[in-house]
Ligand binder design. Structure first.
Ligand code: PMP
Ligand code: G9A
Length: 429
């Protein structure tokens, strides 16, 4: 008998949406594919030998504990080291307000579980991090999207929208923002907007979820204090990760939250995964307290800022006129805007035939009708040479599309002209 599983699946699971990025990762396995798709760190930056030594030290010193279950809140010395690191970034937090998580992605799930009832509202920028849409979406959140510009979320539109939404019976619960080198667009929120957001959170009574995986990867300009640093009511929940400054395979991240929120997050995590990978936490701890993180970040920034320059030079060289792109000051992504009626989904099909991949921009919008003419390009994973070659291929695909559109539109112009000439001849006869 074939089982009708769909009869058994929960309503929630029916609303779950697969991540385009995760699907596109499979393309990395295709030989010769140049992928600007996944948000992957470059493996050249992984300190494998250092990690080997750290594992060795941890196992020699304290193997019994390192291989045991840990407490859900996280390895206490790591919580303390994270609190110290955060102080250097401008956030004053007690170690009791740090929860270690299995990658910062888990925070989206835990926050959703403790704050979101079906149909509750999450405010996001448009575009925003794809897996926040799928994560909150899986918990049946509804979304309100605020457009971005070069300064990240448009604060004028946000304020206007909050005024309107405050009158509803269920105003927004969470405003989810990525202030630094936002995934996907690479744009950064200025300090005045960060301060304003905190004031508005108090005025309109919402929680801010500040997602900051890329904050330490700034290649130009000055560090801007996190939103959390302006928060004195405990409304800002801050999340970050070792994924981009050590290794994503380690699956260790953290969240800073007010005591009452943190307690709920812990309870929610208990039934999710018991505790974060203990050996991973011990490695992350040694990495922080052993003074390895700063030189490692310097190394990563050197590689990525060079890649960003190669990327920007390649865009300049290969992209035809009429194509626009962001100029990130850090992070891993560049956002490309094609002419209005160009469909990046169609473009992707052609690009894949030329063995080059990117993520269609529409994946990053809560409303899938938006962003049809946009695409996200990751510049940290491909080699420098692959970046240039990939952009050459992508540029030629975009060019072909422009030429065929031009041909079509000049054909229709010619037809219109022909019709007009015929019309006037008929008129004359
Ligand atoms: N937030 C954003 C914006 C991200 O780009 C990522 C990873 N790409 C994450 C969260 C999750 O990272 P991790 O779970 O590896 O910490
Ligand atoms: O591979 C992942 O899921 C992490 C990267 C996310 C992204 O590409 O935005």
């Amino acid at each position: 008998m074939t089982v009708n599983f769909s009869r058994h699946f929960s309503d929630r699971s029916k609303e779950m949406r697969a991540s385009e990025v995760r699907e596109l990762l499979k393309l990395l396995q295709v030989p010769d594919m140049i992928s600007f798709a996944g948000g992957f760190p470059n493996p050249e930056t992984f300190p494998a030998e250092l990690i080997r030594q750290l594992v060795d030290d941890v196992l020699k010193k304290d193997g019994a504990q390192a291989l045991q279950y840990g407490i859900t809140e996280g390895y206490a010395p790591l919580r303390e080291a994270v609190a110290d690191r955060m102080a250097k970034r401008g956030i004053d937090t007690a170690k009791e307000n740090v929860l270690i998580v299995s990658g910062s992605q888990q925070v989206i799930d835990l926050m959703g579980k403790i704050f979101i009832d079906p149909r509750d509202m999450v405010v996001v920028s448009a575009p925003t991090y794809l897996a926040a849409l799928t994560g909150f979406g899986a918990l049946q959140a509804t979304f309100e999207s605020i457009p971005i510009d070069a300064n990240n979320m448009r604060m004028d539109i946000f304020e206007e929208r909050m005024k309107r939404l405050a009158k509803r019976s269920n105003p927004p619960e969470i405003v989810y923002v990525l202030p630094n080198f936002q995934n996907p667009a690479g744009v950064t929120m200025p300090e005045r907007s960060r301060r304003r957001l905190v004031d508005l959170a108090s005025d309109y009574d919402f929680i801010i979820l500040e997602d900051d995986p890329y904050g330490e990867l700034r290649y130009v300009g000055e560090h801007i204090p996190p939103i959390k640093s302006f928060d004195d009511e405990g409304r800002v929940v801050y999340m970050s990760t070792f994924s981009k400054v050590l290794s994503p395979g380690l699956r260790v991240g953290w969240v800073l939250a007010d005591t009452e929120i943190l307690k709920k997050l812990v309870i929610s995590k208990q039934s999710t995964d018991v505790c974060t990978n203990v050996l991973g936490q011990r490695i992350a701890h040694e990495y922080l307290v052993g003074g390895h993180i700063d030189p490692q970040i310097e190394k990563i920034k050197k590689v990525y800022s060079r890649k960003l320059s190669v990327m920007l030079a390649g865009m300049q060289e290969y992209m035809p006129e009429g194509i626009e792109w962001t100029k990130p000051e850090g992070g891993m992504f560049l956002w490309v805007t094609l002419p209005d009626s160009m469909d990046s989904g169609e473009l992707l099909k052609r690009a894949l035939r030329k063995k080059v991949a990117f993520v269609q921009g529409e994946a990053f919008f809560a409303d899938p009708r938006e962003g049809i003419n946009t695409m996200r390009l990751n510049f940290t994973h491909p080699s420098d040479q692959m970046i240039s070659e990939g952009l050459r291929r992508l540029g030629s695909v975009v060019n072909q599309e422009l030429v065929s559109r031009w041909d079509k539109s000049s054909e229709s112009e010619a037809r219109k002209l022909e019709d007009a000439v015929k019309g006037s001849l008929i008129g004359k006869s």
